[in-house]
Design a protein around this ligand. Structure first.
Ligand SMILES: C[S@@+](CC[C@H](N)C(=O)[O-])C[C@H]1O[C@@H](n2cnc3c(N)ncnc32)[C@H](O)[C@@H]1O
Length: 278
């Protein structure tokens, strides 16, 4: 069993992503569903649709996953041609018109798109700078890239829950940190990475608090990291089950288990180059 640092390369391992983490939409759905207990509710697909108000022409959703965003865009903006793309073929089963493609080498002509989405996915890309260049390359001069990720403070209660549960299993005060997906591309770091291509970057912060009175959604969220189980440095199933006991105990004593969230959407454009008449 190997313990890897927070930047572990397995988060970008295409084989692991496509055959385990995102072979189906199951694990992603478990993570997405935890947000139904968040206050306030943020309608992420609705926010993306709003940001597309001025966009005309084709758009791509790079790393589209289970197609949640493309579905909404197709409903609300039937005038746009939305092309879903993902490196994991298995998760695209229920996503009509999807293409298997890598964000680092998009099969799209230069300047062809009115918008490119990269939502909660750049942290999985090995060469983020290359993926950001690709987003810039495929956009028209007026085009917009819409990117999302989480803050480094996001769901810190889950990190603490995991470490304490791992500690219980290992017989020490605190076990190793779990694999943190967004650590490779945090909301705090994102403007610098995106700033290599985009000069106009607006961040929409999405804070909230998840409050559950049943341990199941939290346990499902922890269990959704199963693809990285052998890199957590602790028996995975036992730690998940110990976490369940801890969450149930907190609910019994405090009435609820709370998780503080901070995600965000970054709306990115290039500054227009003004050519002055001679
Ligand atoms: C956390 S999911 C996000 C899915 C969706 N964008 C959303 O926000 O619901 C990350 C997705 O990115 C995909 N992905 C990872 N690396 C990729 C790459 N290099 N190119 C394209 N897609 C990639 C994964 O297969 C997975 O479906």
């Amino acid at each position: 069993m190997t313990i890897q640092p927070a930047n572990e390369p397995s988060v970008t391992d295409r084989g692991l992503l496509s055959t385990k983490a995102y072979a189906t939409g199951r694990h992603l759905a478990a993570r997405q569903s935890l947000y139904q207990w968040q206050t306030p509710q943020h309608d992420l697909p609705g926010i993306v649709v709003n940001e597309l108000a001025e966009v005309r022409g084709p758009i791509a959703d790079v790393g589209c996953g289970n197609g949640k965003f493309v579905k909404r865009i197709r409903e609300d903006r039937p005038d746009l041609t939305a092309v879903p793309m993902d490196v994991s073929a298995g998760i695209l089963g229920g996503v009509p018109g999807a293409v298997v493609a890598d964000a680092q080498q998009l099969p799209i002509a230069d300047g062809a798109l009115g918008a490119a989405l990269a939502l909660h996915m750049l942290y999985h890309v090995e060469d983020q700078a290359q993926a950001v260049r690709e987003l810039g390359r495929v956009l028209s001069p007026d085009g917009v890239a819409i990117v999302s990720t989480n803050s480094r403070t996001d769901k810190r209660e889950l990190e603490s829950l995991w470490r304490r549960s791992a500690g219980d299993v290992l017989g020490i005060p605190e076990g190793p940190a779990r694999v943190q997906l967004s650590a490779r591309f945090t909301l705090e770091d994102a403007p610098t990475v995106l700033g290599a291509v985009f000069t106009d970057i607006r961040t929409i912060p999405l804070p909230g608090v998840i409050e559950v009175t049943d341990a199941d959604p939290v346990v499902a969220h922890l269990a959704s990291y199963e693809a990285w189980a052998d890199q957590m440095g602790v028996p995975f199933r036992e730690t998940v089950e110990r976490a369940r006991e801890r969450v149930e105990e907190t609910i019994r004593v405090e009435g609820a288990f709370r998780v503080t969230c901070l995600g965000g959407i970054l709306v990115c454009r290039r500054a227009r180059v003004r050519v002055r008449a001679a």
